[in-house]
Design a protein around this ligand. Structure first.
Ligand code: PMT
Length: 222
């Protein structure tokens, strides 16, 4: 059996997309499959952690020994994350959260009318930013999905959201990122270290990320 480097640690992982309702039959969302977040939850459980997985709508099986909470919208995810945050040691936000939602969620199906239509949108809660403001001892990890200036934009999120680490993926590249079994990431840690992981399975990336985090937690104890 492998070494239980995360034994006794509580870890919260978010995964998948959020869905923002337009009317009873339509919603806005993105291409997240949940694979990245589920790989992290699975690896964390195998490394001995007590794992809570807050998941948007995906079609993946719940990993063994993982407590899963299903949510739909950003608002639901915000609430579930805030409820569980205080007791956690590590929080990893791999979910692809909608930045905007329809200002009005229609109760009835919207009928076809003119040639063009506009849907008004409002900003959603920034879950990660709120966590950065509230955090006490938690090791807080964000993700950044970028298509250009990936390092620079990722670094900006690390600093502005008060994170301990950020995992940056260039989602404009083929074969990685949204929906793929593989990913390629640059991890920036707030102690200045940088870890580049070339294209490999999301499970392998999850294990490496968690190993790096466990080293940082060990370091704190000394
Ligand atoms: O699910 P897969 O198909 O496996 O794909 C994996 C992935 C590409 C979705 C994943 O690797 C990834 O990059 N996840 C983050 C996607 C994202 O929303 O990135 P962002 O740069 O828009 O957001 C930055 C961070 O803020 C993220 O940690 C996000 O969870 C968080 N956020 C964003 C908006 C918001 N309102 N609240 C948030 O907490």
């Amino acid at each position: 059996a492998e070494k239980q480097v995360l034994a006794g640690k509580k870890i919260l992982v978010t995964a998948g997309p959020t869905q923002e309702r337009i009317d009873p039959v339509r919603y806005l969302t993105n291409y997240s499959s949940g694979k990245m977040g589920y790989a992290i939850a699975e690896a964390a459980a195998q490394m001995g952690a007590e794992v809570t997985l807050i998941s948007g709508p995906v079609s993946l099986a719940t990993p063994n020994r993982v407590k899963r909470i299903d949510v739909e919208s950003t608002k639901d995810m915000y609430q579930a994350v805030m409820d569980h945050f205080p007791s956690q040691d590590i929080v990893i936000k791999s979910a692809a959260v909608a930045d905007y939602r329809p200002t009005i969620q229609a109760n009835e199906k919207i009928k076809k009318q003119s040639e063009q239509m506009t849907i008004a949108l409002e900003k959603t809660e920034d879950i990660l930013k709120t966590l950065g403001q509230k955090k006490t001892s938690q090791f807080l990890v964000g993700f950044a999905a970028e298509t250009t200036n990936v390092r620079q934009y990722g670094k900006k999120k690390l600093v502005e959201k008060n994170l301990d680490a950020i995992v940056i993926n260039d989602v404009s590249k083929q074969g990685i990122g949204f929906g793929s079994d593989d990913n390629e990431v640059l991890i920036l840690i707030n102690d200045g270290s940088e870890i580049q992981i070339n294209k490999t399975s999301k499970v392998a990336i999850a294990r490496q990320l968690l190993t790096e985090i466990s080293h940082r937690l060990e370091g704190e104890k000394q």
